[in-house]
Structure formats: C-alpha cells, structure tokens
Design a protein around this ligand. Structure first.
Ligand code: GTQ
Length: 354
C-alpha cells in the first residue's frame, strides 16, 4: 500500500482472529472491504501505465524483419504491439487503449473483417496504400488520420511499390472490460469498392452536409482526415494567434455532424508547438499517446525527460504532469480515451498546474 492511499484510509490491524475470519469468508467467496478499500478507491488515479517513449528508428528494423518472417496472409494483420512496460503481457499502451505498428508490403492485402472494437490509423511512412471502409477506399499518406469505426468492414491493400507503415489505435481494453467483443470475416478477401475515392470527404468534410442527412452511427462519417488539411490549418493559426501556454496550438478532430469526437471511445488531436516553445506543466485524467509528425523537442512526463523526433511515439499516464518543449516547429498527433471519460462524467484536468 503506498502513501497516497494510507493518508486517505488506514487499514485495521490484522490479528490472528481476523485472519482466521477472512479465511472463512474466502471459502464462501466473500471478502472484507476494509482490507482493500484504500486500494480499490484511491484518492487519486494510481495507474499501472508508466511513461514511455519508443524511438521509431529502433522499431522500424524489427517491423521490416517481421515482414520477412511471415506473410500478411499468415498474420491477418502484421502488427507489432507497443506494450506499456507497466502493463506487460496485457497488449495495452494504457489501461484503456491498444496501439501497434502495422506493416503492409507492396502487393499485399490485409483481408476484410469487422469487429466491435473501434480503430484509428495514423500514417507514419509510405504512400499509396489504401484502407477501405464500408465500400470506400482512401489513399494513405503520412500524417493522415483514418477511422475504422466499430463494426465497419475494413481491409487494407498496398498496390504501391514501397512498404507502408501506420500506427493502429484501438479501444480493445474498453470493449473487453464490458465483455462486448464481436468479430467476423467478410465473405471475401476484399470488399467490393462501390464508392468513389474522396466521396465521404466531399460529402461530409467541406463544412456542408447532404441536406437530408441523418447519421447512421455515432462516429464521424468522414474516415480520412488528410494531413494536408490539418497541417495547413495549424500553420495558418500559428501566424494568427498566441499559442496556449501548455498546448501550443492544439486542435481536436471532430465529427462534423455532432461537433463531438470522431469516435465515441477514442479522441484524436493535433497540435503545433512553435519553435522555441516551452510549455507550462499540465495534467489530465486521460492517459495520452503522442505521435511526433514533424520537428524535434522534448517532453517532461512526471520527473523524466523524453527527447523526441519525427515518428517517435510516447505515452503519458493519467494525471502525470506533462510539459512540452520544441526546438523547431513541431507537429504532434495524439489520442486518448477522453470521449469515453467525458461521456461518463469522469474527465478532469489542471491546465496549467499551479
Ligand atoms: O487493422 O483491423 O493493430 O483488427 C489490431 C487488430 C489492427 C486492423 C490491429 C486489428 C487491426
């Protein structure tokens, strides 16, 4: 038991008589609350998630090795899970989220399936592979933010002549917390391409909606938020506005129908930290995964400093103080379970910390 919980609640002394009683309780599948109260209701978040940074340059050769070791067909999805060192063996980057690096080589197809778990892709490397969602394909370019919402059929293909790598972010631990996982294959390897390229971005992503539109799912009807557009907006805002003391210029990806998050369980953000930025420490209850797109800098998480460069990935646990610094203009994408926390009335923040 650590200090934080004992200041909130002190356990009664464990006598021989009590211990014997607890044994008889256990035999009846019962237990004394007073032995665990401080542990199960801590006064502040006590995450198993620890701060960590993965350098892309360390992971890339291993991912390419996986490309030689097994085919996409064998793997179904050729992905290296990025596992938080505090959550080893649990396929988690935080208590609620999963991330991985997916590789698809030229000519390969990752067969079509769907699952209750929601996924996002953030493209790191390559050009010209596609993700198909419910009959529409989208070309993937570095920095693009792509959705495959819950229970939508999706497959990936790489007709280009180079490897394609992206970050997968899924809400697997949330879906399994509720024991609500379902998954199935599409009858064929690839779903038919029935909708033209660019259709949903034109239909839903130009500050207009079809006049008679009503949503069919809680997630955004746009499924590719291209980097070219996000980058341009951030650049324009850098020229027009003062950066936030902790976040620089930080934007939230939205579902244009509701103004809410792009998916109900995973939120996504993109921020520009201007050259020389030195942010004030802040903390929030949503453990956050950051993916560097451009620039170099460093981030203090708790009492440790993490130096980063493009394509590095780092994670900050719930309620850990975070302070970003940028050497040159930096663009950083991030994801967290904030929509789920806010829907449940749990999310808190201190920005900046006093
Ligand atoms: O691309 O559909 O990293 O189903 C894990 C599970 C990716 C995917 C992952 C998946 C996918």
């Amino acid at each position: 038991m650590d200090g934080a919980s004992t200041t909130f609640y002190t356990k009664p002394t464990l006598t021989a008589e009590r211990k014997e009683f607890y044994g008889r309780l256990a035999a009846r599948s019962a237990a004394p609350l007073w032995e665990v109260l401080g542990a199960i209701i801590p006064p502040e978040p006590r995450p198993e998630t620890v701060p960590f940074l993965w350098h892309y340059d360390d992971l890339r050769p291993l991912l390419m090795e996986a490309g030689h070791l097994l085919t996409e067909k064998e793997a179904e999805r050729r992905v290296l899970i990025l596992e938080n060192p505090g959550l080893l063996g649990k396929s988690r980057v935080t208590g609620s989220l999963y991330i991985g690096l997916q590789l698809i080589l030229p000519g390969e197809v990752a067969r079509c399936h769907r699952h209750a778990t929601s996924a996002l892709r953030f493209v790191l490397e390559g050009n010209g592979a596609y993700t198909a969602v419910e009959g529409e394909r989208t070309q993937m370019h570095p920095g693009d933010f792509i959705l495959t919402p819950s229970w939508t059929y999706h497959d990936h293909g790489n007709p280009s002549d180079g490897p394609m790598v992206w970050l997968d972010g899924l809400d697997i631990p949330i879906v399994n917390l509720f024991d609500t996982s379902f998954a199935e294959h599409y009858p064929g390897e690839v779903q038919p391409n029935t909708i033209a390229y660019g259709d949903s971005l034109a239909r839903y992503g130009a500050n207009m909606l079809p006049v008679d539109y009503s949503p069919t799912r809680p997630s955004s009807p746009i499924f590719n938020y291209p980097y070219s557009r996000s980058r341009e907006a951030l650049e324009q805002l850098k020229r027009n506005s003062e950066p936030h003391p902790s976040h620089g210029i930080k934007m939230r990806f939205v579902n244009p129908v509701s103004g809410g998050y792009t998916m109900p369980t995973i939120g996504a953000f993109m921020q520009l930290l201007p050259s020389g930025f030195s942010g004030a420490a802040y903390r929030q209850t949503d453990a956050t995964i950051f993916v560097v797109v451009e620039g170099q800098g460093r981030t203090r998480i708790g009492d440790q400093m993490y130096d980063w460069r493009p394509r590095d990935i780092f994670v900050a646990p719930s309620w850990a103080p975070i302070a970003h610094e940028a050497q040159n203009d930096a663009i950083v994408f991030s994801l967290s379970d904030r929509p789920a926390q806010q829907a449940l009335g749990l999310w808190r923040e201190q920005v900046p910390m006093k």
